[in-house]
Design a protein around this ligand. Structure first.
Ligand code: OKP
Ligand code: ZN
Length: 347
């Protein structure tokens, strides 16, 4: 059975110069080549049609994000340029709202710190159009799922799973997976999210913390050891109506395929037991041994296996691209996941 991919070349407008860690400024690993190499490999593998995203109204984003936060994203760079005229560089905060006042401050640098969670996520003039386009890729993809396509890939960039109601960070601005999930739920679907990115999807978890639908299941590195540090333990299981609908499977740094596959099977058992109408996979490829910012040790062949395991769910499946920074392998990892998935599915 073929799959459908949704893409937008508007991701290209978001090209950060650098991110701060380790006491220095480093070229951004979250770069346009990520999406273009994945696209090129999908075209080459010929797994199904590739379509362009439709335009969607901002109301589809307001199901997930604060309108004031959306307005901030739209004007942040112009405000930054007004403060730093000339060659302004990327907008980055330097101080953060650890305790939030009821209103963001007036000055742009204060507003950046109010809405940001880290110094790895630069904003430039192209950030808003790219972030919006990524959300539109996810929205268009979920529309195709609603219309009966069984396997759909939202080739989103920038990624989304660290973005919450009114915070950006971890290279994420709009939570593409959550926006698609809200649209599916609004259409009556019971959704399960499986987040296989190396990093905990703290934004997605926060957005659905008190909701029974969707079920949120995540495999990621132990947050005591790596980003995002402040969420992702097994003890976090949701609250109120959402109690038990968050299921974290943290894994030690250095985890390889054998241990990973056991956790993946546990996750898929939790998901298949819940009998969702749609599975949304937050697909991060930064679990690879050669990823420049991560410590897991998945090897080339393991991405075919990962896809094959995911095929244990036999219903409509929406894949949303998250992280993965090994530029020379990323396209192969993605196509291998789909080759493994499609060859093990009955529809
Ligand atoms: C985004 B996604 C590197 C610092 C990296 C941010 C990581 C964001 C990951 N030493 N900090 O989940 O792939
Ligand atoms: Zn990641």
């Amino acid at each position: 059975m073929p799959m459908l991919t949704v893409y937008s070349d508007a991701h290209n407008h978001h090209q950060g110069r650098g991110e701060l860690f380790g006491g220095g400024f480093h070229p951004c690993v979250e770069r346009p080549e990520r999406a273009t190499t994945v696209l090129a490999h999908l075209q080459e593998a010929d797994l199904g049609p590739i379509v362009t995203a439709d335009r969607w109204p901002l109301s589809a984003l307001y199901r997930v994000h604060d309108p004031a936060y959306i307005a901030f994203l739209q004007t942040a760079y112009a405000d930054w340029q007004r403060k730093y005229p000339g060659d302004s560089g990327d907008a980055l905060p330097y101080t953060f709202a650890l305790e939030r006042a009821s209103q963001p401050p007036r000055d742009i640098e204060g507003r950046l710190g109010y809405y940001a969670s880290d110094v790895s996520t630069p904003i430039m003039g192209g950030t808003w159009p790219s972030a919006r386009a990524a959300a539109e890729v996810a929205l268009t993809a979920q529309q195709h799922v609603q219309e009966g396509v069984q396997t759909v890939f939202a080739l989103c960039r920038p990624p989304g799973h660290h973005a919450s109601h009114d915070r950006y960070g971890g290279y994420c601005f709009l939570n593409n997976a959550a926006i698609a999930t809200r649209a599916l739920i609004a259409a009556g679907a019971k959704v399960a999210i499986l987040d296989v990115d190396y990093h905990h999807g703290n934004g997605t978890q926060a957005l659905f913390w008190t909701d029974a639908n969707p079920l949120f299941v995540s495999l990621h590195v132990d947050p005591t050891a790596d980003f995002p540090y402040f969420s992702g333990t097994a003890a976090e299981r949701g609250a109120e109506a959402g109690e038990g609908a968050t299921y974290n499977l943290p894994l030690l740094p250095g985890t390889g395929w054998a241990r990973y596959a056991r956790a993946l099977d546990e996750a898929l058992t939790v998901i298949t037991d819940a009998v969702p109408d749609v599975l949304l996979v937050s697909l991060g490829l930064d679990t690879a041994a050669n990823d420049p910012i991560a410590t897991f040790r998945l090897r080339d062949d393991d991405y075919h296996h990962l896809g094959a395991h995911l095929a244990r769910f036999d219903g409509p499946t929406l894949f949303v691209l998250e992280g993965g920074y090994a530029l020379s392998s990323l396209g192969t990892y993605v196509t291998d996941v789909f080759l493994g998935f499609l060859s093990n599915r009955s529809r």
